[in-house]
Design a binder for this molecule. Structure first.
Ligand SMILES: N[C@@H](CCC(=O)N[C@@H](CS)C(=O)NCC(=O)O)C(=O)O
Length: 301
């Protein structure tokens, strides 16, 4: 047997590599793989850095990942409905550079993950973290995109929480092991591909029955699900379209394309975006006119 010190035991060279965990886990010097440099086994700030505050009541600290896009789409939808109180400053948090571990960010979100909203419209600034909580907070504050009673409300919340519980298996499970892990581990990829295809089938069957996930109306549940599962069925997540045969989920595709046509969805997906065509990226948003410099037509999914 070869041993690897405190990190555990590795099987002989001529057998499949099997990790035998030591009695007490210690973090590896580097696990390799994407994001290895920002992973830590402890919480808290690594450096002093206050968050900037702009001119609007709502301050968003985020990045244009699917979790970030949920919130910028919601804010743009609220503004499109005429809720001027939803004007916001969107500040860019570069998670690969560790911005989420600055003292100001950690005070706003002790979990050190984007997105974070701080509402300055009341007597004291109110922080809200977790994208699902931010969607609910905004929906209740403005009385929009979350039905107040009955089946539509129950369905909206059920599908919102379905997304919050399901996406970690898609991103942290499938996406991580298929695209980012330093080696391809068949057991892990099979396990998460199985789960992600099951989730897509859940969504596809639902969208065979209804126009939007909660029923007839577009809600915060659609806004939560679209950036994740819409990207996936368009082949825009982890370069996995062919592998997962995403073209077979025709109802999800129909719904994805319909939402992509909404002007607010087009604007929302541009905010805090740092990948793709330069014309699709609006790194910070402080005013509705900030979009004018960008060509939205290039944003077709
Ligand atoms: N459940 C959280 C997940 C947020 C999340 O995972 N954010 C990622 C980017 S999409 C992040 O900030 N990662 C930085 C890190 O893990 O250090 C939510 O929905 O708000």
């Amino acid at each position: 047997m070869q041993t690897s010190g405190t990190s555990g035991t590795i099987a002989p060279m001529n057998q499949p590599t099997t990790y035998i965990p030591p009695k007490v886990w210690t973090p590896p010097a580097s696990s390799g793989g994407r994001f290895a440099n920002i992973n830590r086994p402890v919480a808290g700030a690594t450096h002093d850095k206050p968050l900037p505050v702009g001119k609007h009541p709502l301050q968003l600290y985020s990045l244009g990942t699917p979790n970030g896009v949920k919130v910028t789409v919601m804010l743009e939808e609220l503004l499109a409905l005429g809720h001027s109180g939803a004007e916001y400053d969107a500040w860019l948090i570069r998670i690969n550079d560790g911005d989420q571990f600055g003292s100001g960010f950690v005070a706003a979100n002790p979990n050190s993950k984007i997105p974070v909203l701080v509402d300055h419209s009341g007597p004291q600034p109110q922080r809200v973290f977790e994208s699902g909580a931010i969607l609910m907070y905004l929906a209740e504050k403005f009385g929009a995109f979350l039905p107040t009673e009955g089946t539509q409300r129950a369905e909206t919340l059920s599908w919102l929480f379905w997304q919050m519980g399901s996406a970690p298996f898609l991103g942290g499970g499938f996406g991580h092991f298929y695209a980012y892990a330093p080696e391809k581990i068949q057991y892990a990829i099979d396990r998460y591909a199985m789960e992600v295809k099951r989730q897509l089938d859940v969504l596809d069957r639902r969208l065979a029955e209804v126009r939007y996930v909660a029923g007839d109306d577009y809600t915060i549940a659609d806004m939560a699900i679209w950036p994740w599962y819409g990207n996936l069925v368009k082949g825009q997540a982890y370069d996995s379209g062919e592998f997962l045969q995403v073209h077979t989920y025709t109802n999800v595709l129909r719904w994805t394309d319909e939402i992509a046509q909404r002007p607010a969805a087009k604007r929302g997906r541009m905010v805090n975006r740092v990948v793709g065509q330069p014309s699709s990226q609006l790194h910070e948003r402080h005013d509705a006119s900030d979009f004018d410099t960008k060509t939205q037509d290039k944003l077709a999914p």
